[in-house]
Write a protein that binds this ligand. Sequence first.
Ligand code: COA
Length: 327
Amino acid sequence: MSGSPHARILGVGAYRPRRVVPNSEVVEAIESSDEWIQQRSGIRERRFASEDETVVAMSAEAARGALAQAGLQASDLDCVVVATVSHFLQTPSAAALIAHEIGAGAPAAFDISAACAGFCHGVAIASDMIRGGSAKNVLVVGVERLSDITSPRDRGTAFIFADGAGAVVVGPSTEPDISPVVWGSDGAQSDLIRQNTDWRDAVNAADGEMPHLVMEGAAVFRWASFEMAKVAQETLTKAGLTVEDLDLFIPHQANDRITSAMARAMKLPERVRIARDIAVQGNTSAASVPLALARMIETGEAKSGDRALLIAFGAGLAYAAQVVTVP
Ligand SMILES: CC(C)(COP(=O)(O)OP(=O)(O)OC[C@H]1O[C@@H](n2cnc3c(N)ncnc32)[C@H](O)[C@@H]1OP(=O)(O)O)[C@@H](O)C(=O)NCCC(=O)NCCS
């Protein structure tokens, strides 16, 4: 199969867990308040998955939505890429299970581990596969059940992390509807967001405690606000664009103050619409960018043909960004 000159997002889908968890439900265990959480993070409520809302079930729903918008069948997929850090089996991959669940024949299927940056890594990989000729239609899913690995008593994370799934179908295009990616990592700062203990130690400790995420919030905040604005700028330059060419800015929904700091540093024009999905969704790591994109399409804030800058960043530290056209 020869490659396509370019790639584009053909459809977007979302799954938001049923259970809405307002700040009032999380404040007691961390001696916090609704006002503090809203002021420091922009979060009013988030959603936590119930038992039946598994990584596979949530992803399959999001995938069906993306396929429907793309006008494709699951059998049209050549590859399924899943970004997640909360599929709790080393093997089989979530991707293989999701591909089977949606009836996708026998596509290539694999997971990627790049935490909050995972979805934008997946879009970059899908675009390169389509241009390289190794796939025509690729499903990229970002999915998390972070409530499973968040301690309700950890003051720095309990109010931030949440659950959900978002998906896109990426396919061929004659126009540059997905720009070159700008991505990278900084393992020297890997301690800033991490799992508190590895699974083997947790099992050996036999105290029944799940490992959970820990974070140096202030240091992450500084890194994200300053370094990621530079990455966003570099992404525009690589795409041959400026902020004047953008309609939408859809950063990883880490913290609304980080989003605002990046928008200020980039001098985004007022008319560029900015994703603020975190207010009702919390920080859903790999799922946050596709969930925010899906919401903007649902509300009419994002229109077909709009140009959106996506940027995702987090544990690793890892980051990835690209400019895409809204389907
Ligand atoms: C987590 C975060 C909101 C904390 O805000 P912060 O201003 O850095 O908070 P600090 O840890 O410096 O603490 C400031 C004060 O708030 C208090 N505090 C900390 N957590 C609190 C909580 N959950 N509720 C109420 N008060 C809290 C501290 O005790 C401290 O009080 P003091 O000034 O009297 O000593 C912020 O660091 C952040 O958003 N970081 C990035 C998070 C992120 O994006 N993570 C995901 C990346 S993918």
